[in-house]
Design a binder for this molecule. Structure first.
Ligand code: MG
Ligand code: MG
Length: 257
């Protein structure tokens, strides 16, 4: 069952996603060599609660934290810990918040200090692929248009697309139908209709696309331990152009996407 949201519900979704964007912006000030991933989690939880929200991931399916913090070869679902960020790391921060019963969900991969040129390219390509996917997230297209745009671009840049993890519908529940794969064929999958809200979240690897789930049951890492990047926006499907409900503006400033 795919739930179409009313305009009023989409405005509520914008509020929760705006809080997620502001939380990521707050975290961007703290990301530096020496900080632990658990400290970032505490900052995020306090920030969300101080601004009238509830962490969306905490307790979801038993997840123990506010953030998924995924360093270097960790693809997604890293559990905050005493792990310290180091110069040259990349760290994906995935954040969810609930306000007025609606979920926000967005992720950004940050460079910690100066990173290797090839790693920087992985970040640029993964973020660009997110926006290429969003361009296809319009009424009348199908889910496959989104994944195809992401896969085609990333593979042409020499990177690989994780298959086992996907984006998703989002609303009152964090994960709703449909699944939004980052690969696929144009014209295949559910028809996109105005009012559908989906989270698009390419997970792109530098080496092989294969992943492993660690024994904690959450941490998803690349099998070859090469770096992986992850960017995510929550968007509402509209005619002609998707409405991006989350925001990187608090990380990057208004001049960039
Ligand atoms: Mg997310
Ligand atoms: Mg998500």
């Amino acid at each position: 069952m795919i739930y179409l949201k009313t305009d009023e519900e989409i405005e509520l979704m914008r509020v929760s996603n705006l809080l997620v964007g502001k939380t990521l912006g707050e975290l961007s000030k703290w990301i530096a060599p020496g900080i632990t991933t658990l400290k970032l989690d505490k900052i995020a939880e306090e920030f969300i609660r101080d601004n009238g929200g509830v962490p969306g991931f905490l307790g979801y399916g038993g997840f123990p934290a506010t953030l998924c913090v995924s360093v270097n070869e960790t693809v997604v679902h890293g559990i905050p810990s005493s792990q310290t960020l180091r110069e040259g790391d990349i760290v994906s921060i995935d954040c969810g918040a609930v306000v007025n019963g609606y979920n926000g969900d967005s992720a950004y991969t940050f460079a910690v200090g100066e990173v290797d040129e090839k790693v920087k390219h992985l970040l640029e390509v993964t973020k660009a692929s997110l926006y290429l996917g969003i361009e296809q997230a319009i009424e009348g297209n199908r889910i496959g248009h989104i994944g195809n745009a992401i896969q085609d671009y990333c593979e042409h840049q020499g990177f690989t697309v994780v298959r086992e993890m996907t984006g998703h519908g989002i609303g009152k529940k964090l994960h709703e139908e449909p699944a939004v794969p980052n690969y696929g064929r144009r014209g295949v999958g559910a028809l996109l209709k105005s009012g559908m809200c989906i989270a698009i979240e390419p997970m792109i690897n530098m080496g092989s696309r294969n992943i492993v789930i660690e024994s904690d049951g959450w941490t998803c890492r690349t099998k070859d331990r090469k770096p992986s990047a992850h960017f995510e926006h929550t968007v509402a499907i509209r005619k002609g152009k998707a409405d991006i409900l989350s925001s990187f503006e608090f990380i990057e400033g208004e001049s960039k996407q």
